[in-house]
Design a binder for this molecule. Structure first.
Ligand SMILES: [Zn+2]
Length: 496
């Protein structure tokens, strides 16, 4: 794990992301298959968070961002984020760092390592520039970037970690505007309580729609010209938001945003996304061709918008990627059926592809171990096995309850207030999963210990068969279903 020279504080990994391209039907699989994963340490804001620093950010036409910060207390060291997931060394984009003492004299700041600065004397003000013209397709949308006056400013890498809260004022090039879910004070300054999750989209001619969906505020901001109608995409996002409100029965208390911008990503990808805090950043290659744009975007939303709830609104501690990525993949797939974006055949085809992928790699660690070692191992088990375990859980609980209970019920329990904030995520979620009648021991078996998944055996009770005679293998519905099996599969979207 990355070490920081700044004062000892607790950082927790909070967000990983994935991205993909592809046609609609094969696409959910691709979610699990082609992972570009990021991790973002979220600083736990200390309870005694002090007076905010006052920051002025000036952007010029050459993608140089000048930052001037009046600190809330004298300091001698500053540390910029320099790594996450595949993106490394981006703190080298910080230039001309200077620290100024209260007297107005230079405090003698020097760079001590990449992204690390020290001064000889106490400083109350720092200034520096960050060159945002150089972000590569492999690093976005996970680091700040600015191309031809358009891009995302992410305070996670733009502001030193030592600054815990701040107010920000922007000076933009002529014709540019700025969008963010961060609220502004009466003087028009943005009040940033958690710099690690603050996102700002800069650009000219940004198109914006806002609505309140079942009591939840949502902004939709688009940069660029696209072959889809904004109204239809926004309507698709509304549908997904309503599904997840129904799933969790938890109304997001803060404004959320979907922000779409073009970025040259090909040939590696046609789109990439990350949901950071309350903002979904979606970058699409300007030459991307999707057969069904709105359907494609809705599929992306089924995954990404669930992150506004899980993990963002859960406030749990620890590494539980198996749940907030793996289970999210399964819930997103189900949601896609419910919204008629895919049919049951595509549902099974996706799960078939995921099982094929699972079988082609060794399953050598538990989901919890997989979540802990996510960044030091190339394994995709957290996604692949996590998704299949969610599927198994849903099948089993539907069968055992005679169709009265589903995995979705567990989400409501996670959000109904019985799980304490800052609880251990793994303990809390396994307790909720296992508390259901007939599900005792499930979490221990499939999440805590390394139990291999043999769907050939496990699925037969539910009227499903794994046909591995062809390549790729295919999950199929048995010809002769019992009435109970038929009812169960129908509840998942099967139509005979
Ligand atoms: Zn995700």
């Amino acid at each position: 794990m990355t070490k920081f020279h700044a004062k000892a504080q607790s950082y927790k990994p909070r967000r990983k992301e994935d991205s993909k391209s592809l046609r609609l039907c094969s696409y959910l699989c691709a979610f699990a298959r082609n992972l570009l994963i990021v991790f973002l340490f979220i600083r736990v804001v200390e309870a005694h968070a002090s007076v905010p620093a006052r920051v002025v950010i000036s952007i010029d036409a050459q993608s140089q961002v000048k930052v001037e910060a009046e600190l809330s207390a004298p300091a001698r060291s500053w540390s910029f984020r320099n790594a996450y997931a595949g993106a490394l060394g981006f703190a080298e984009r910080v230039k001309d760092f200077a620290a100024i003492a209260a007297s107005g004299q230079d405090a003698g700041a020097k760079k001590s390592a990449s992204g690390e600065y020290r001064s000889e004397r106490d400083a109350t003000r720092i200034t520096y520039t960050v060159d945002l013209a150089t972000a590569s397709a492999s690093d976005v949308p996970h680091i700040s970037w600015l191309t031809l006056g358009r891009g995302f400013l992410l305070f996670a890498d733009l502001i030193p970690r030592d600054i815990e809260t701040l107010t920000a004022e922007f000076k933009l090039p002529f014709g540019s505007t700025l969008e963010s879910v961060t609220s502004r004070d009466k003087n028009g300054r943005y009040e940033v309580l958690e710099p690690e999750s603050a996102v700002f989209l800069v650009g000219s001619e940004l198109r914006k729609k806002s609505d309140t969906i079942s009591g939840m505020d949502l902004d939709y901001v688009v940069s660029g010209t696209w072959p889809f109608k904004d109204d239809r995409v926004f309507e698709g996002a509304n549908q997904v938001m309503k599904q997840y409100l129904a799933l969790t029965r938890y109304r997001l208390p803060h404004r959320s945003a979907i922000m779409i911008a073009p970025f040259r990503l090909s040939p590696a990808a046609t789109w990439k996304a990350e949901t950071r805090g309350s903002t979904l950043m979606l970058l699409i290659d300007p030459d991307a061709h999707f057969g069904a744009w709105v359907g494609q975007l809705k599929v992306i939303f089924t995954h990404e918008l669930l992150h506004l709830w899980v993990p963002h609104s859960l406030k749990l501690e620890g590494d539980y990627d198996w749940f907030f990525e793996g289970f999210t993949l399964y819930i997103a797939l189900q949601t896609a059926i419910q919204l008629k974006i895919i049919d049951f055949k595509e549902f099974l085809t996706t799960l078939s592809g995921v099982y094929d992928l699972y079988r082609s790699h060794p399953d050598d660690r538990s989901l919890i171990e997989g979540s802990e070692t996510r960044w030091t191992s190339p394994s995709t088990n957290v996604y692949v096995k996590g998704m299949l375990v969610a599927f198994l859980y849903d099948l089993k609980i539907r069968k055992e309850s005679g169709g009265k209970a589903t995995l979705a019920d567990r989400y409501r329990e996670l959000f109904d207030g019985r799980v304490a904030a800052n609880a251990s995520a793994n303990e809390a979620i396994i307790a909720v999963l296992d508390a259901a009648p007939a599900m005792s021991g499930f979490g221990k078996l499939y999440v805590e210990t390394n139990t291999k998944l043999e769907l050939e055996q496990l699925l037969s009770a539910y009227g499903l068969t794994v046909d591995s005679s062809g390549k790729p293998l295919q999950l199929q519905v048995n010809r002769n279903l019992t009435p109970e099996q038929k009812q169960l599969l129908r509840s998942l979207g099967y139509r005979d």
